[in-house]
Design a protein. Structure first.
Length: 114
């Protein structure tokens, strides 16, 4: 059973930055495309960014140019650098596989407000 831990959330003002990090407990991490998801209050969880094992990235339009996803296969970690944050980025952020899913972690809360 893969365990996922997400850290790095918090509060930021609009226009600010936060960096999230996710660590997976097992080596199978290295063979799957990973993603960062978010779930805003009252809404479904959605994928916002993904990174393949080779490092190719993809983003939803709402975060393109502002968020950067990266991975370190040696450390089993996936990071999400979030810049130019907007209030609509407020959500609980999770990481998991892009295709299929392991058990979800606790997520990390990101709040953007003035």
């Amino acid at each position: 059973q893969v365990q996922i831990v997400e850290v790095g959330g918090g509060w930021a003002q609009p226009g600010g930055s936060l960096r999230l990090s996710c660590e997976a407990s097992r080596g199978t991490f290295n063979s799957v495309t990973m993603g960062w998801y978010r779930q805003a209050p009252g809404k479904q969880r959605v994928l916002v960014a993904s990174v393949t094992t080779a490092g190719a990235t993809d983003y939803v339009d709402s975060v393109k140019g502002r968020f950067t996803i990266s991975r370190d296969n040696a450390k089993n970690t996936v990071d999400l650098q979030m810049n130019s944050l907007k209030p609509e980025d407020t959500a609980v952020y999770y990481c998991n596989r892009k295709y299929g899913s392991w058990a979800w972690g606790q997520g990390t809360q990101v709040t953007v407000s003035s």
